[in-house]
Design a protein around this ligand. Structure first.
Ligand code: PEP
Length: 251
């Protein structure tokens, strides 16, 4: 069984104008040029995708988007399709981020449609799941993950999911400076892997990459990455600075 190649992904959220994004991406390309054995992705805002794609071409850095809409085209003002992301140079797309669930009404059902659209366009979905603080405190972490994973991947079949990436992002750890302990993260990752095993196959459970997200920084990435079921990181705040993101890439 081939080892899972770590993926370090940067979610730039709604930060950086086009000149800022181009400058940061260019600096990152230089800083990670000599890395090996790790895949690197950055997800700028939609309007910066095309200019950033030119900067990262032929580099160690790949491009992702932060969202998509499931229809191919049509009268859906303000939305963007999977094919449009591909045409702007994207290889990945983040789907179901907790900020989208919290502020923009994303549900497990819309996440499911988006994952399907991404896969149909050969985009790699980075499918985000994770419990809130009150859900954790009331002992519901596993049942929340169970529902998010099962409903998000409903109607998918194992053969479609070879590229799937899952990001476990406890909502209470995103942008708060509170990181899950490596044991808490490992426990959740192991649980998600067992869900993939039960719902799909042992082979997919073994190969699927599960990233941890939630206040990852250079100071805590090494410990997290030492856990057997943590295959990378989805990084928000600390990905905005190319120097700190490159240190995370070099965990
Ligand atoms: C994120 O946006 O996915 C994230 C994990 O943010 P932060 O690293 O800032 O907690």
């Amino acid at each position: 069984m081939a080892a899972r190649i770590p993926l370090i992904a940067g979610n730039w959220k709604m930060y950086k104008t086009n000149p800022e994004a181009v400058e940061s991406a260019g600096r990152l390309v230089e800083l990670v040029a000599d890395t090996d054995g790790v895949e690197i992705m950055i997800a700028p805002v939609f309007t910066a995708l095309e200019p950033v794609s030119k900067v990262v071409q032929q580099s160690r850095v790949e491009l992702g988007a932060q969202n998509l809409y499931w229809e191919k085209e049509g009268a859906y003002t303000g939305e963007i399709s999977a094919d449009m992301l591909v045409s702007a140079g994207c290889r990945y797309v983040i789907i179901g981020h907790s900020e989208r669930r919290q502020y923009f009404g994303e549900t497990d059902e819309t996440v499911n449609r988006k994952i399907s659209a991404a896969l149909a366009a050969d985009l790699i979905p980075v499918f985000c799941v994770g419990e809130t603080e009150s859900e954790r405190d009331s002992g519901k972490t596993f049942s929340v993950l169970d529902k998010q994973v099962k409903d998000g991947l409903k109607s998918r079949v194992v053969d479609e999911l070879g590229t799937l990436v899952i990001a476990y992002e406890p909502v209470w750890a995103i942008g708060t400076g509170k990181t899950a302990t490596s044991e808490q993260a490992q426990e959740a990752h192991q649980y998600i892997r067992s869900l993939i095993n039960d719902k799909f196959s042992a082979a997919l459970a073994e190969s699927v990459r599960i990233l941890y997200g939630g206040s990852v920084k250079p100071a805590n990435v090494t410990e997290l990455m030492a856990m057997p079921d943590i295959d990378g990181a989805l990084v928000g705040g600390a990905s905005l600075d190319p120097e700190s993101f490159s240190q995370i890439v070099k965990f």
